[in-house]
Design a protein around this ligand. Structure first.
Ligand SMILES: Nc1ncnc2c1ncn2[C@@H]1O[C@H](COP(=O)(O)OP(=O)(O)OP(=O)(O)O)[C@@H](O)[C@H]1O
Length: 427
């Protein structure tokens, strides 16, 4: 049994870097929680604070409901696996896996039983007599996991454990890790910057940006109803279309979303009209995934964009058309990028510590009272929209062709200019 709770946890490095900014998160017993975000967003720091390898600057960490900040790492019943796992080169696989048991004085016979069981679960039962140099990268990582798991920890922390492996092995090990942790029922927190890994492995995903928790939910929830513009832009391939629109409320009739040359109309009985009404006359961001767009004949009535194909991409199993619809796209900067760091570290996010010194003014753009804070709203830019639309493989259209697409209104996403979801309650 193991639960984790972070309450308003903050980590500020001595140089002023806000690595983790007021993060609150609960992980249930037996849950597989993935921390997802670009390099430098603070994922590893969260894990290291839970393990006791770093002290938070503020906040509380509870394991099984008990505060643990006073507990040294070895008393937390936690196992951790890193990207650059180190095995003892002079020991066999069996000795490597059994080493933590030997240290804690487990007798040879039960030790062998535990080694055999864990090696069997990890598919390395055949190589127990080999040394690490005689193993493939995937086998070595399995041994590292075996060594971490053999003590039957209450909590398993993994920090990008697959990132040194090739893509085939990664996919294979992904499935193995999730089935192994679920079989053992061990609570797991897994850090990655790879959204495919997060969405396929997680029970729930916590998405971070620059130290701030943006969204927490099941893979379906965060994909279907992202809490912020950042999460919407971060998840999915092709990227979600993010279009600027101005809002016109025609009371008791409909709400118009004007994209420049074209408009969409939400009927008054749409569950989002109430939230959206407050934005009358304002600009918002409308998110539309490619799968919410379907090619139709040009004379189709209803929610339809009339566009012209700028270019096509053939992906074998499908093609993607990019349409000019006379709209403006919002580009959320630094999505998935190695965020530039003024100090050259792994993506430092620096901020004047206004709140701590009390000398600064509060950020007027910060949304209040909800998850989904877009930390620095200035980091968007605009460009002519190229609306991505899924087509059949090798379609009978080409660049320059007109194309009409119908829009599934129930699948569009609405964000305010600060990047917070407008229809929050609808999730
Ligand atoms: N010991 C340290 N001293 C100062 N700054 C640090 C230290 N360790 C990390 N940082 C900074 O803290 C921020 C968060 O780092 P962290 O390693 O948690 O991010 P991450 O999301 O895990 O990134 P990556 O995926 O690249 O490991 C980064 O800006 C990083 O440069």
């Amino acid at each position: 049994m193991s639960t984790v709770a972070l309450k308003d946890v903050t980590k500020i490095w001595p140089d002023g870097t806000f690595a983790v900014d007021n993060v609150s998160l609960e992980v249930q017993d037996g849950e597989f929680m993935v921390l997802l975000g670009p390099s430098g967003c603070g994922k590893s720091t969260v894990l290291r604070m839970i393990a006791g390898l770093e002290d938070p600057t503020g906040g509380e960490i509870l394991l099984n409901g008990e505060p643990v900040l006073e507990l040294p790492p070895r008393d937390r019943s936690i196992a951790m696996v890193f990207q650059d796992f180190a095995l003892y080169p002079h020991m066999t696989v069996a000795e490597n896996i059994g080493f933590p048991l030997k240290l804690s004085g487990v007798e040879p016979a039960p030790r062998q039983d535990r080694i055999g069981a864990i090696a069997g679960a990890l598919g390395i039962g055949e190589v127990l007599g080999r040394r690490p140099s005689q193993l493939s990268g995937g086998q070595r990582q399995r041994v590292a996991m075996g060594r971490a798991m053999v003590r039957r920890p209450g909590l398993f922390l993994m920090d990008e454990p697959l990132s040194n492996l090739d893509s085939g092995l990664r996919a294979e090990l992904r499935a193995e890790i999730t089935s192994m942790t679920r079989e053992l029922g061990v609570t797991t927190m897994y850090v990655t910057h790879d959204q495919a890994e997060a969405l396929t492995m997680a029970d729930r995903v916590a998405i971070m940006r620059k130290g701030i928790l943006q969204d927490v939910g099941t893979p379906t929830e965060v994909y279907r109803r992202p809490a912020t513009l950042y999460v919407a832009a971060f998840l999915g391939s092709p990227k979600m279309n993010l279009l600027e629109a101005s809002v016109y409320v025609h009371l008791d009739q409909y709400i118009g979303l004007n994209f420049g040359e074209q408009a969409l109309y939400l009927p008054w009985n749409d569950p989002r009209t109430r939230a959206l009404s407050r934005y009358h006359g304002e600009r918002i961001v409308v998110g539309i995934r490619a799968e919410a767009l379907t090619p139709v004949t040009p004379d189709t009535q209803g929610p339809v964009f009339q566009g012209r194909i700028r270019y096509l991409e053939h992906h074998g199993h499908e093609s993607l058309a990019y349409l000019d619809i006379g709209a403006t796209a919002i580009v959320v900067d630094e999505i998935g990028a190695q965020a530039a760091s003024p100090s050259g570290g792994g993506g430092a996010f620096k901020r004047v510590i206004q709140r701590l010194t009390g000398s600064g003014v509060p950020d007027p753009m910060a949304p209040q009272g909800q998850v989904g804070v877009l930390s620095d709203p200035g980091r968007h830019h605009r460009k002519p929209a190229e609306l991505s639309v899924r087509l059949a493989p090798y379609p009978a259209v080409s660049s320059g062709h007109p194309l009409a697409v119908s829009v599934r209104l129930d699948a569009i996403h609405l964000f305010d200019e600060r990047g917070a979801r407008i229809d929050v309650g609808w999730r």
